[in-house]
Design a protein around this ligand. Structure first.
Ligand SMILES: Cc1ncc(COP(=O)(O)O)c(C=O)c1O
Length: 341
């Protein structure tokens, strides 16, 4: 089975290493080492877990061409799974809460994936339950990114190993990451440490999310999609006594993201969150080497808060585009629009 997964006509056959680059926003700020995960084939770090989890499932005989994969996610994992499934001839169903950005939905559909929406009010937890129900009904394979230890393993053996290989002196003094499933942070904590020196770990948490955690967790009220640690089965803050939490306001995260984009790093909001937290972390460990990740690309956020300042006075990027949308909206009214749910 291993042979079958690895010899399929996929591009790229193996994930190339993503660059690790030192970024300094201004002369009086510290340098942060950033892993450019948005350069992965589907545009996010989730390519690593999609390939690792589905590859292992092939090796174990749980998947074969034509099988169905069903995953609940806020979008990035579904996009990565949809890409890998397209390359391997698997059927993919993404279970997403209503309200995820249009861009994410369109990417999944473009890769041939089907979407099953769950009510916005029940958040990602509702999507997870629905994915389990669908899998039981249809006999589909569930990657279970929120609880599958292979998620963190993919980052430990991939992301973290690359970082240690790439960083000068092969020593990482501190790692910083937001948490969604927790796979990235747990993988970095495990894989970037060494027997020879102590490594610090920092959790980047959007404060607006923290404030709304009880009532609105995972309902995408937060402006930093993908970061919602309260439902992770892989990461429990209380298990890591040496972990320091850094709270970052949504506003700081978004502004830092826009600054990174202006510098030529086309990233999404969780990269701004991570970078801003890394700057704060660096104050307590400087001049040590602080590493963070840029999880995904900016293009999947065109219709979100991140790009609002770039819209024209009518709320669209260009007047021609507005006309086009109006025509399309009028046509859509006269047609039956199939409901995915
Ligand atoms: C854009 C984005 N950033 C960060 C994360 C968090 O990464 P992890 O799930 O490894 O904790 C996610 C998770 O889905 C994400 O989609």
């Amino acid at each position: 089975m291993k042979q079958e997964f690895h010899t399929k006509n996929r591009y790229p056959a193996d994930l190339p290493m993503t660059p690790l680059v030192p970024i300094q926003l201004s002369a009086d700020e510290p340098v942060i080492w950033c892993k450019l995960e948005f350069l992965n084939p589907s545009g996010s770090t989730k390519d690593r877990i999609a390939r690792y989890i589905l590859g292992n499932a092939f090796d174990r005989g749980h998947l074969k061409p034509g099988s169905t994969v069903i995953e609940a996610s806020s979008g990035s994992t579904s996009i990565a799974m949809a890409l890998v499934c397209a390359q391997l001839g698997l059927r993919f169903i993404a279970v997403l809460p209503e309200g995820v950005s249009n861009e994410r939905v369109l990417m999944i559909r473009a890769y041939g994936g089907d979407i099953h929406f769950t009510p916005k009010e029940s958040g990602i937890v509702g999507s997870i339950r629905e994915s389990e129900r669908l899998a039981a009904e249809m006999g589909g394979f569930l990657p279970r990114q929120f609880s599958n230890p292979e998620n963190a393993e993919a980052h430990e053996l991939g992301t973290a190993r690359e970082i240690v290989e790439q960083i000068p002196g092969h020593l990482v003094n501190a790692v910083v990451s937001g948490v969604g499933t927790g796979g990235t942070l747990v993988g970095l904590m495990r894989g970037c440490g060494s027997a020879r020196h102590a490594q610090r770990a920092f959790l980047a948490r959007p404060v607006d999310l923290a404030a709304k955690r009880e009532q609105e967790c995972c309902s995408f009220s937060c402006r930093i999609p993908g970061v919602m640690e309260c439902i992770s089965g892989l990461f429990r803050e209380s298990d890591y006594l040496d972990l320091t939490t850094i709270e970052v306001s949504d506003q700081d995260a978004i502004e830092t993201t826009r600054e990174l984009i202006r510098l030529g790093f086309p990233v999404g909001p969780s990269s701004g969150l991570n970078y801003h937290a890394a700057l704060i972390a660096a104050q307590s460990v400087w001049p040590a080497k602080v590493v963070t990740v840029f999880p995904d690309r900016m293009e999947r956020y065109f219709s979100t808060e991140l790009f609002r300042p770039f819209l024209g006075e009518h709320g669209t990027a260009s007047p021609r585009c507005a006309e086009f949308q109006t025509d399309r909206a009028a046509q859509a009214k006269d047609q039956h629009v199939p409901n995915d749910r």
